[in-house]
Write a protein that binds this ligand. Structure first.
Ligand SMILES: Cc1cc2nc3c(=O)[nH]c(=O)nc-3n(C[C@H](O)[C@H](O)[C@H](O)COP(=O)(O)O)c2cc1C
Ligand SMILES: C=C(O[C@@H]1CC(C(=O)O)=C[C@@H](OP(=O)(O)O)[C@H]1O)C(=O)O
Length: 354
């Protein structure tokens, strides 16, 4: 299983399964001399942790991070940063019924087919619990990138959508409600909707939007490692992600060039920003913005037909504690992955420019 490391210079390797003793990671390539605010790291984890509100999984984990190396007296040393988050609230008996059969649209079937051995408890390595380690690394990356602001928020839950662009929203409102939608009225509707869907034993998808402000001109390594290509990979590596678009995205395909071109100002900025802050795979200094679409959670509390490992049909119903909608907890994960991508390119840029 060789896909557990992300990044070129600022590299995160994660380990651990949802119902094992712990998850964690090693960050290699973090610059030395950066003062790390541990309370900020923990606060970022708290934004992602399970059990934080009535509209997320009720698994109650403190998600306390313990650092074992790479930070001395609160300052990064340039050596590998090793950290662990202990698992404290596993209920593995909820997964006994999927030991020999596969939840539709989760990773049970594909992991079994690929590896032939599967830690079925809590989805094992395929659980979104792994993303806690990404949030730790993202919180460190954010502190290296002091001048860059990365703000994600929920812009859709099922059919309920925010129709305003980020520039017309008050993003300071995002963390003031449990949905993490910056429009308080829409947030209330979304909360009610998620609760209703949960009562039905069902789940619903949604969209997380993200805006990055203050990124310098020049991030991105054409032609294969374009900034938007790496952001796309980062986002698509998050559990349950189905789509990524930046700038004008899929809507842009219906426009004419005369409507779509971002005309320059004499300082190199542009009058509009349908490019989403990236041209030719390189940041142009304008805001970078993108949307990430998440599917409805696969484990539903309703009978569904599926197959067992002998390919016989069985009827299965989800058990235990699951998210009815992932987007409220996905917001800090999206920000973390964006921070990893940006910092990596920022460091790469330093290697080619004096
Ligand atoms: C924050 C977050 C929470 C999630 N919670 C659950 C959950 O409680 N139950 C579940 O079946 N899937 C959950 N998922 C999605 C699964 O982890 C994911 O569907 C699974 O790994 C299969 O991968 P895929 O959907 O990307 O193909 C969650 C995803 C995220 C991002
Ligand atoms: C534990 C977390 O979320 C889990 C993600 C998840 C999945 O299938 O992705 C399934 C559930 O696992 P469990 O049945 O063990 O509670 C969620 O609670 C977490 O995010 O830390």
């Amino acid at each position: 299983m060789a896909g557990n490391t992300f990044g070129t210079l600022f590299k995160l390797t994660t380990f651990g399964e949802s119902h094992g003793p712990a998850i964690g990671g090693i960050i290699d390539g973090c610059p030395s001399g950066v003062t790390i605010d541990m309370e900020f790291v923990q606060a970022e984890l708290d934004r992602r942790k399970p059990g934080q509100s009535a509209i997320v999984t009720q698994r109650k984990e403190p998600d306390t991070v313990e650092f074992y190396s790479g930070i001395f007296e609160g300052v990064t040393t340039g050596t590998p940063i090793g950290f662990v988050i202990k698992n404290a609230n596993q209920k593995s008996k909820d997964y006994a019924h999927i030991k020999d059969s596969y939840r539709p649209s989760h990773a049970d079937y594909t992991y079994d087919q690929k590896y032939g051995v599967r830690d079925y408890r809590g989805g094992g390595r395929s659980s979104a619990r792994e993303t806690a380690s990404r949030v730790v690394a993202g919180a460190i990356a954010k502190q290296v990138l002091q001048e860059v602001n990365i703000n994600a928020y929920v812009s859709a839950v099922g059919p309920l959508k925010l129709h305003k662009p980020y520039s017309e929203l008050d993003l300071a409102q995002t963390e003031k409600n449990i949905v993490r939608c910056p429009d308080p009225e829409v947030a209330e509707q979304m909360e009610r909707y998620i609760k209703e869907i949960r009562k039905q034993g069902d789940t619903v998808g949604g969209i997380v939007s993200c805006v990055i402000q203050g990124a310098p001109v020049g991030l991105g390594e054409p032609v294969f490692d374009k900034l938007h290509a790496e952001l796309g990979k980062a986002m698509l590596s998050i559990n349950a992600v189905k789509g990524f678009e930046y700038g004008s995205g899929f809507e842009g395909a219906s426009l004419k060039g005369s409507q779509h071109n971002d005309l320059f100002n004499t300082d190199g900025s542009t009058q509009t920003n349908l490019s989403g802050g990236i041209q030719g795979g390189i940041s142009n200094g304008m805001d970078i913005y993108f949307n990430v679409a998440f599917k409805p959670v696969a484990t539903i509390m309703q009978d569904q037909e599926t197959i067992d490992n002998k390919c016989e049909k069985v009827v299965m119903q989800g058990k235990g504690r699951h998210d009815p909608c992932v987007v409220p907890r996905a917001v800090p994960i999206v920000e973390a992955m964006a921070a990893l991508v940006l910092l990596d390119f920022y460091l790469l840029n330093k290697t080619i420019k004096s």
